[in-house]
Design a protein around this ligand. Sequence first.
Ligand SMILES: [Zn+2]
Length: 75
Amino acid sequence: MKCPVCRNGETRPGTATLTLERGPLTMVVRHVPAQICDNCGEEYIDEEAARQALEQAEAAARQGVTVEVREFAAA
Ligand SMILES: [Zn+2]
């Protein structure tokens, strides 16, 4: 798609690092599927991937985890 931020670049499939905060939990999820702008580098995380990462963050928060860095794993 055309990048809505710079209006110049085209997005290409890639991966991004997503940081989620849920109460006391900070979770960093690496290699989340995303579209990356080839001009400005803006990252657009795939909606379904973001939803899954959020669910995993909420599960980790319930277990009392406060800091977590993990690789994205599709459910
Ligand atoms: Zn852009």
